[in-house]
Design a protein around this ligand. Structure first.
Ligand code: NAG
Ligand code: NAG
Ligand code: NAG
Ligand code: NAG
Ligand code: NAG
Length: 320
């Protein structure tokens, strides 16, 4: 309470100073067992043609493909079954929040993300009418190749500036239109290798945060040992309010601009956490990324290669 009052009075000082306000209140705190109540297990066919079989909640629990305690939620690909060519794919889990969000901040506190050849994990948001509702990829990559990519995918008519963006990441592409460039989207790479995969995991993971307003979409990454992580992000007990104006330069910055009206390209979105194997991206880059042989065969014949293909989530918090 004292903390929130002092933050509030600080925020009011900023208002008086004429600064824009990045103040939000906690609306959802997903932690431990709570994920079973607030996220839906999606047993859909993988839209990106991966070698996975998304399983339902009861089956995931019975096979320990998801596991919860009071402060942990783990979801993984099956690390034990040898698959035959006719099997539908390696069992994995894809969860989507029941709740939708428009302008908001989401903070992922992650201890471990899936790693291994063939893995294509993602933590992201999208709506029911893709790509017209927009898509924000907060964490995404394939085959353990670091750094992390942060990407928007939209309907036609959304392009990001090629420069003058206050961000620590590196601009990769600027056309967000999902119908151009085989849906590459407009992406930014994180500047450090500890943002993704084995290096992220070896470091104890870290925090990803995304702020969506009609004026910009920002993504921040702080490694577990980063001394600059804001206190309203770091503490395990969630701060009742946060102020994104005190968070410093984001890793990726997608500004509203004359070539992209964010409000018309982004509608209500849900949070999705998934882990696919092979498929359009991880499969096509498999050998180039230094992985051996054929991706689907690798997935079928090497269950033990997926022992580290799991998410360990400390929490997902949403502020509005
Ligand atoms: C997983 O997430 C990525 C996010 O970029 C998405 O493109 C892909 O379709 C998703 N795959 C599955 C199988 O859900
Ligand atoms: C969940 O999946 C398992 C394995 O495919 C199946 O046997 C079971 O009927 C499913 N349960 C529900 C509630 O759909
Ligand atoms: C289920 O997974 C959790 C988390 O990885 C692990 O601690 C636990 O031992 C597993 N349980 C079984 C029965 O394998
Ligand atoms: C960046 O800003 C400068 C000064 O306003 C302008 O001249 C330049 O064209 C801008 N560059 C891009 C890529 O927008
Ligand atoms: C965003 O940019 C569009 C032009 O593309 C403009 O019409 C709109 O007012 C801007 N929105 C905000 C919130 O600044």
């Amino acid at each position: 309470m004292l903390l929130s009052l002092s933050l509030l009075s600080f925020a009011l000082t900023l208002v008086r100073a004429g600064a824009p306000i990045g103040l939000y209140q906690l609306s959802d705190y997903h932690v431990g067992y709570e994920f079973y109540n607030t996220f839906e297990f999606q047993t859909i066919a993988d839209p990106t043609h991966g070698r996975v079989n998304y399983v339902n909640e009861s089956y995931a629990i019975s096979q320990n493909l998801t596991y919860a305690s009071w402060d942990t939620f783990i979801m993984r690909a099956d690390p034990t079954t040898l698959l035959s060519v006719s099997d539908p794919g390696r069992d994995s889990v894809r969860i989507q929040s029941y709740k939708s969000y428009t302008t908001h901040v989401v903070i992922f506190d992650i201890r471990h993300m899936p790693q291994g050849c063939a893995t294509w994990p993602a933590a992201w948001e999208t709506g029911s009418n893709w790509p017209y509702d927009g898509e924000v990829d907060i964490i995404e990559g394939v085959n353990d190749v670091s750094p992390n990519s942060m990407t928007l995918h939209t309907a036609p008519g959304c392009t990001m500036p090629t420069g003058n963006r206050t961000e620590s990441g590196i601009i990769v592409t600027t056309d967000c239109n999902a119908f151009d460039n085989y849906n590459a989207g407009c992406g930014v790479s994180a500047p450090t290798t500890n943002s993704y995969g084995p290096t992220f995991n070896a470091n104890g993971g870290g925090w990803y945060a995304m702020e969506r307003t009609n004026s910009y979409i920002k993504v921040w990454f702080w490694a577990r040992n980063d001394r600059t992580v804001p206190s309203d992000v770091r503490f395990a007990i969630p701060s009742p309010i946060i102020n994104t104006n005190l968070w410093g330069t984001p890793t990726a910055y997608f500004p509203n601009n004359t070539d992209c009206d964010l409000a018309s390209h982004f509608n209500e979105n849900k949070i999705i956490i998934n882990l696919t194997l092979c498929g359009d991206w991880a499969g096509s880059m498999f050998n180039q990324d230094g992985c051996p042989g054929d991706c689907v065969t690798y997935v079928n014949e090497n269950p033990a290669a997926f022992i580290n293909a799991y998410w360990d989530l400390a929490s997902v918090r949403v502020y509005e």
